[in-house]
Design a protein around this ligand. Structure first.
Ligand code: NAD
Length: 512
């Protein structure tokens, strides 16, 4: 992996030169701004070696970003809706023009395989195009009331939205959360994870280059406890959209409640991927791998609990272990690599601690690839199957957010549903079956914001996405997002020649 270390550092430096003018920092009013807080270091996930350093934005930069966003929002909403759409479309084109540079930079920073990064960049361009089309379709309505009033309901932007994002898919999540807010007429201050600020900063610069008002997409690079908290306290911030873990999410939702501002919360999950004995087993094996090993399991919708009907449980686990031994682990920058390391040292330790907990609870632990050794340095976790656990085990209850699946047997449909629902989370789930009636019954009974039948992990900007229960609330995609990022204003216009009477008020010459 010595070669990979060299490549990642070179690729990161080239990406920063090409996309950020050679400087790592926040993006405020269309310029890269160096932070004023503590020094922060990014590591190369493939080797654990330092990649790039930068400084936490700090309070002054955060405040400046929020104030600039408020100015930009006024310029944005003063444009016609059609013009806002044209400019979001231009942002999509700007992302396409820089797609390879963005994918390489994302790959070097996150350790996610290059082919996945390329796909995610393409999805972000599609998101910009999708939301461009919505700009001139944010429509109100007319309500019939029992008086002479003409009542319209306008959908108005919130103002400045703070988008706080995690490290597992930085540019994808930025696009997912920033673009609908812009389409609804808002400005956004984006606070990416301190581990992965690079492509988010590039996104902010591309937005300015594409003709969005300067400051409409501000990017504040820094830690949650410092820059994030400063943004949460900024008076211009009128709404928060958060993607991340339950601990920070609870803290941030509390801060929003204290300020009486709304929030959309997209938190983690412990999603059940349910395989019935009547399923197409080779397809289900492929789906189970996609569910948990894609992105090295660092996916909020990961199918981290594999529920398998008891009659096929052992055979299915063996099939999955065998197939997983063929996953191509390797240098993330190699276009043929299917799985890379996990993103950072903190996550690496978390995943390893939970795998040890699984083994300590007496479970059978299968790791792939068999017979091959992983690099000693870097944040490498092999695809791992923990079998022989019950749903009460730690590995079946806690979000691992790594390439680790807990396989749990069940007897029948009722027990599968009961186990699927026996966590506080409710983000996603799937069922593999050839019985169409059962497919619909299970989809209706499992408590989750997204459910797949005979598939896994597909999401799209046009489809609502979000959680039930401890996985969060609100929806950040599809038409539902426009509701989240706007607020309703009722406008009452009196049309009666003789207005309705009330509260003792009598216009001159009316009534007795
Ligand atoms: P995290 O909660 O540690 O951090 C997420 C973001 O919150 C980061 O930008 C962080 O700096 C910021 N933050 C933390 N504390 C803050 C504070 N007090 N004030 C302001 N900002 C603060 O999560 P993570 O470790 O970066 O990401 C992993 C988690 O994200 C997992 O739980 C995963 O399931 C979840 N996730 C959810 C979705 C989804 O759509 N539901 C998508 C991806 C990831």
């Amino acid at each position: 992996m010595a070669h990979a270390a060299f490549a990642a550092a070179t690729v990161a430096a080239q990406g920063v030169a090409a996309l950020l003018g050679g400087r790592v920092g926040s993006v405020v009013d269309g310029q890269v701004v160096e932070g004023q807080g503590a020094p922060l270091m990014l590591d190369d996930p493939a080797t654990g070696l330092p990649l790039l350093g930068y400084r936490d934005a700090g309070t002054a930069v955060a405040r400046e970003a929020a104030a600039g966003a408020a100015r930009a929002q006024r310029a944005w909403i003063a444009l016609t809706a059609a013009e806002r759409g044209r400019r979001l479309w231009a942002l999509g084109a700007a992302i396409r023009a820089e797609a390879e540079a963005l994918a390489l930079l994302e790959c070097a920073n996150t350790g996610k395989p290059l082919r996945d990064c390329r796909g995610e960049v393409a999805r972000v361009a599609e998101m910009a195009e999708y939301w461009a089309g919505w700009c001139d379709k944010v429509e109100g309505r007319v309500v019939s009331v029992p008086s002479g009033h003409f009542v319209t309901v306008r959908r108005e932007p919130m103002g400045v939205v703070l988008a706080i994002t995690p490290w597992n898919a930085p540019l994808f999540t930025a696009g997912w959360n920033v673009l609908p807010a812009l389409a609804a007429g808002n400005a956004v201050v984006l606070k990416p994870s301190e581990y992965t600020p690079l492509t988010s900063a590039a996104f902010g610069l591309l937005a300015a280059r594409a003709g969005l008002p300067v400051g409409l997409v501000q990017v504040v690079a820094g830690a949650g406890a410092t820059s994030g908290e400063a943004l949460l306290a900024a008076p211009e911030v009128a709404m928060v959209t958060f993607v991340g873990g339950a601990v920070s999410g609870t803290r941030i939702a509390g801060a929003c409640a204290a300020r009486m501002i709304p929030c959309v919360m997209e938190l983690g999950g412990k999603s059940a991927n349910i395989v019935f004995a009547d399923a197409d087993l080779p397809a289900a094996v492929q789906g189970a791998q996609q569910a948990i090993f894609a992105g090295s399991g660092q996916s909020c919708v990961a199918g981290s609990r594999l529920l398998v009907q008891r009659s096929i449980h052992d055979r299915f686990v063996e099939m999955l272990a065998e197939a997983s031994s063929r996953i191509r682990l390797g240098d993330p920058l190699d276009a043929g690599t299917e799985a890379g390391p996990v993103c950072n040292a903190r996550q690496f330790e978390h995943v390893r601690a939970l795998v040890s907990a699984g083994a300590a609870e007496g479970a059978d632990v299968f790791t792939a690839p068999r017979g091959r050794t992983l690099p000693e340095a870097g944040f490498w976790v092999p695809p791992t199957i923990i079998a022989g656990v019950t749903n009460a085990a730690r590995v079946a209850q806690e979000e691992i957010f790594g390439p680790v699946v807990a396989a749990i047997p069940f007897e029948d449909e009722a027990e599968a549903i009961a186990i699927a629902n026996a966590t506080p989370f409710g983000l996603a789930g799937a069922a593999w079956t050839s019985d169409v009636g059962r497919a619909h019954r299970v989809a209706a009974a499992v408590r989750a914001g997204t459910f797949w039948i005979n598939g896994y992990r597909t999401i799209h900007v046009s489809v609502p996405f979000g959680g039930f229960g401890a996985s969060g609330h609100g929806r950040s995609s599809g038409q539902e997002a426009l509701m989240a990022y706007t607020q309703a204003k009722a406008v009452w216009v009196e049309t009666a020649a003789v207005p309705a009477l009330g509260f003792g008020h009598r216009p001159a010459g009316v009534g007795g």
